[in-house]
Design a protein around this ligand. Structure first.
Ligand code: SAH
Length: 377
């Protein structure tokens, strides 16, 4: 019998598991405290659980962490792991230390179907979803690494900004968020867990009323023409519908909640003064902040990062026009761990990589029409 990965179970799932075996529900509490507070992964060492029950658990459950294949440490303290999920696929996970914050950037899918023209992950194609256990497992691996290598540091934030589109892997994403948020799990408050989306409108709508985590939306342009070129998904869910969904999400939250709009600045593509002014107009009256990410290059990409003076001017134009904006510092570039540089090793199912080799390459021909309907449904 295939054993179930305990890391993919929320507190309620564990309670159901124990109750269905005639055990008390507090067993779930005990197991979670061992796993996520004491980082003890071996059922045999869970000493407040009777040996007979430990044996049942060992027969039916397993603690299956993704296997760490490589760990790279940047000179700025950023750490990048290549981890092998249970399916055998590999994904990347990045730890970004910043003052007192230790932010972990996790992957939700193996590759990505969305194929944004400026993102290395999309260029790897796609080979499926991670399950909740693989997502929680990335966080647990990072905590184990911190315990061993930087014992004074604690994980403080988790962002779904690694490989993949979390809202196209909705159930596994939110099951893992149950464990991230749970006091018996990683105990992260709602503002310390961020889901970032390229604009999957039905996913944002489903989040309303279901969750209170922070939402980040990859906007990248204030008009549909440029956005559709950068984010092909925009042809299916244009900016108006995306902002409506964002408004609905804000309306479902307490009055202090804000949305972060990510804006990757690409030289001569979306970094002009008039676009900054259009963006300011679009976001006027929105409870939001804009996170500016200077483009991080990767092999094969024809885009360029704007000069410092252009980045500065764009930032200033936004702020002068009433938009809260901050620039995201590039971290871990020496180990290819910066935004958009995560690739893992994807066994592409979509034939996208083969198509590039045959010369149909949206990196070099960004206006190539990509049938978005076939990839989203
Ligand atoms: N699919 C989700 C999660 C990925 S988050 C999303 O699109 O939001 C990764 C963030 O980095 C996104 O805002 C993405 O647009 C941005 N990004 C991707 N490639 C980049 C690159 N080469 N340089 C800078 N930012 C990039």
């Amino acid at each position: 019998m295939q054993r179930q990965n305990v890391l993919g179970l929320s507190r309620n799932d564990l309670i159901d598991y124990f109750e269905s075996r005639g055990e008390k529900r507090f067993r779930a509490t005990q197991v979670m405290l061992w796993l996520y507070h004491k980082l003890v992964l071996d059922f045999d060492r869970m000493s407040n659980i009777a040996a007979s029950l430990r044996q049942v658990m060992a027969d039916e459950l397993a603690v299956e962490l993704p296997e760490v294949l490589t760990v790279l440490e940047s000179k700025d303290g950023t750490v990048k792991w290549l981890m092998k999920a249970r399916s055998g696929d590999t994904v990347e996970t990045v730890l970004i230390p910043d003052g007192r914050r230790q932010t972990l950037c996790i992957s939700s899918q193996v590759g990505c179907v969305l194929d944004c023209t400026f993102c290395a992950t999309g260029k790897q194609g796609f080979n499926g979803n991670l399950d909740a256990g693989d997502i929680v497992g990335q966080v647990l691996q990072a905590c184990l690494w911190l315990q061993e290598h930087r014992p004074n540091e604690r994980l403080s934030n988790v962002v779904f900004m690694g490989m993949g589109e979390p809202l196209l892997n909705f159930d596994a994403t939110f099951k893992s968020i149950d464990v991230l948020r749970d006091d018996l799990g990683f105990g992260l408050s709602r503002r310390r867990v961020t889901v970032s989306t390229a604009g999957v409108v039905p996913g944002i709508q489903r989040m309303c009323g279901l969750t209170t985590v922070a939402l980040a939306v990859s906007l990248h342009a204030p008009n549909d023409e440029i956005r559709s070129e950068l984010v092909p998904l925009n042809r299916k869910y244009p900016i108006d519908s995306l902002l409506d969904a964002c408004r609905a999400y804000l309306a479902s939250q307490d009055v202090k909640a804000t949305i972060t709009f990510e804006y990757t600045l690409i030289d001569d593509v979306n970094d002009t003064k008039s676009l900054a002014l259009d963006l300011a107009k679009l976001l006027r009256d929105f409870r939001c902040k804009v996170n500016l990410i200077p483009f991080n290059p990767f092999p094969g990409s024809s885009y360029k990062r704007p000069s410092e003076s252009r980045i500065y001017a764009f930032h200033k134009n936004l702020m002068d026009n009433g938009v809260r904006a901050m620039r995201r510092t590039t971290r871990g570039a020496d180990i290819d761990a910066a935004c958009g540089q995560l690739v893992g090793q994807v066994n592409d199912r979509t034939r996208r990589v083969a198509r590039y080799r045959e010369g149909v390459n949206p990196i070099f021909t960004p206006t190539t029409k990509i049938p978005t309907s076939s990839v989203i449904n």
